[in-house]
Design a protein around this ligand. Structure first.
Ligand code: SAH
Ligand code: SF4
Length: 359
């Protein structure tokens, strides 16, 4: 049985493949037009291609490999999709509505091995990496959902902030980015794409060298090693000094601004002391960083953490601002559904396990 989705090929890979199989390279433009602009879901609908070419594609690829499992819609328009992969694993994808457009948060791995102490995704260790087609397909499924609604809406922004550590699945993630920014396909503006990492230092260097002009976000969450190691064990392998060196390299090499993510955890990292330390850490690159203060989404299994009080959030924000640091408090989406990354998936898996135990 063929299980390779055609969404996994970059334009160049598809053109080379078609040529290898006796078809003209320009067919690649037609196929991409059908896939990403007309957004057909069946090779038979690619009626401008000759029959030989359609048959060859049918014989060699499928279009969709993901199936819808559960969909939750929040009152603010956020939609959370739980997809089933061809091997039965479940992944999450979220569609969010902003003033500036429609953004999709994609998953890059089934589970995550980094195991940050506050995160729902790390509760289930990594089963496997997603392939590039499985990452592209998440966006295509959401786009088809919008197409079905018939309002002419288009996904305009992507955040690689779903389940998994994208820099632990580097090559597939890079192929995915190449596919979605390609002008001949979805043509998502690279400045509308943000990849978030927990700080895998050697990959930050490698990513800077790829020169793919998307935004990079670093999940920092603490301004010193002692605290960061307590909440993110990855800090043992990649301590703050090394992380800061890689951030400096990225900024120098790309001349791009970097986003720093900072979840505010009540009485853990939300004191004025930490805000001042954070300001000192970025003192010499005020123009090159933007700090996102993120309200914590409580996770049942991590009851040691609570969301910071509103006064602490505002005091933290004011301290950064007084020190001339660009920052904002992130707006939340879908708070009436299982909004934290990995929550819907881990709850659904638990539910299905309980069901099978009760049988
Ligand atoms: N693995 C990558 C990307 C996925 S996590 C990373 O860690 O950066 C995306 C973001 O969600 C990270 O900044 C992560 O720290 C944050 N996050 C994880 N669990 C959260 C929770 N319960 N509440 C708020 N943010 C959370
Ligand atoms: Fe993995 Fe990111 Fe969650 Fe950490 S925060 S466990 S790196 S998904």
């Amino acid at each position: 049985m063929i299980t390779n989705s055609i969404y996994g090929l970059t334009f160049e890979q598809l053109a080379a493949w078609l040529l290898d199989h006796g078809h003209k390279q320009y067919r690649a433009s037609q196929v991409w037009d059908y896939l990403y602009r007309k957004r057909v879901t069946d090779f038979s609908q690619m009626t401008d291609l000759n029959k030989d070419c359609i048959d060859l594609l049918k014989k060699s690829f499928v279009i969709h490999t993901l199936s819808h499992h559960v969909k939750q819609e929040a009152s603010d328009g956020t939609v959370k999709f739980l997809f089933k992969l061809k091997d039965g694993n479940l992944i999450e994808t979220v569609l969010m509505r902003h003033k500036y457009g429609l953004s999709v948060c994609v998953t890059t791995q089934v589970g995550c091995n980094i195991g940050c102490s506050f995160c729902a995704s790390g509760l289930l260790t990594k089963t496997r990496d997603l392939t590039s087609d499985e990452i592209v397909e998440q966006i295509m499924n959401v786009q088809h959902h919008l197409d079905d609604a018939g309002k002419g809406e288009k996904v305009s922004h992507i955040v690689v902030m779903g389940i998994g550590e994208p820099f632990d699945n580097f090559e597939n993630m890079v192929d995915f980015l190449k596919i979605i920014i390609d002008q001949k396909g979805l043509a998502i503006g690279s400045r509308h794409i943000t990849v978030s990492t927990s700080g895998i230092v050697n990959k930050i260097y490698e990513f800077a060298d790829t020169k793919i002009p998307v935004n990079l976000a670093i999940s920092l969450h603490a301004p010193n090693n002692e605290l960061r190691t307590k909440i993110m064990k990855i800090n043992r392998s990649y301590p703050l000094e090394k992380l800061m060196d890689s951030i400096n390299y990225y900024i120098e090499k790309t001349n791009r601004r970097i986003t720093i993510e900072y979840i505010l955890l009540k009485d853990v990292n939300d004191h004025i002391k930490e805000a001042n330390e954070l300001a000192v850490l970025f003192q010499d690159k005020k123009k090159k960083v933007y700090i996102n203060l993120i309200p914590y989404n409580p996770v049942d299994e991590h009851s040691q953490y609570q969301r910071s009080a509103q006064e602490s959030v505002l005091a933290f924000y004011d301290t950064l601002k007084k020190n001339g640091i660009n920052c904002k408090i992130r707006q939340e989406h879908g708070t009436d559904i299982d909004a934290a990354c990995g929550q819907l998936r881990s709850k659904q898996i638990k539910k299905e396990k309980d069901k099978s135990i009760n049988l």
